[in-house]
Design a protein around this ligand. Structure first.
Ligand code: ZN
Length: 163
């Protein structure tokens, strides 16, 4: 008998993420399923919370509010910076993400929102911030993680890290 989904378990699933306007933002159906380590912050919090206790074989429609997804949209989290702060050979495109260092010294991701001449607008909002996330999930497998996977905080093997 396979265990129910809980912290420290590896979950293999197919998923489709649809926004409220019907746009399919991401999906694994038709490709390789996704494998993730539950309880290691590898998925948005609202999805992990709703998957806990579920079992292999279940097909679920789950709705995750923005606050438990990629966060509410924060209009103040935008900033214009000169092109020169980026590596000269970086080809900047809208939607690209970069790691920056906050004043606290902590590393945080920012996304390119617009490029106009030598000015680049970056935002700390995830591209899906402010969106309600509608997931269709088919749970394919649940197993206990190996001690090494728990130490690394991610899955090894098919659908996970290959190292
Ligand atoms: Zn690893």
């Amino acid at each position: 008998m396979k265990p129910a989904i809980a912290d420290g378990h590896v979950v293999t699933l197919h998923y489709r993420l649809t926004l409220d306007d019907g746009f399919i933002a991401e999906q694994s159906f038709g490709g390789e399923p996704l494998a993730y380590l539950h309880g290691a912050s590898n998925m948005v919090p609202g999805l992990e919370r709703q998957l806990a206790g579920r079992n292999a074989g279940e097909v679920l429609e789950l709705v995750v509010p923005a606050a438990e997804g990629y966060g509410e949209y924060d209009p103040t989290a935008e900033q214009r910076v000169p092109r020169t702060v980026f590596p000269p050979d970086a080809k900047l495109e809208v939607g690209m993400s970069f790691q920056t260092r906050a004043r606290s010294g902590q590393s945080m991701p920012v996304w390119v929102r617009a490029v106009a001449g030598d000015q680049v607008t970056v935002t700390a909002n995830h591209p899906l911030a402010g969106q309600r996330l509608n997931f269709r999930v088919e749970i394919l497998d649940v197993r206990r993680a190996t001690p090494e996977e728990k130490k690394h905080g991610h899955v090894h093997g098919p659908g996970g890290h290959q190292h």
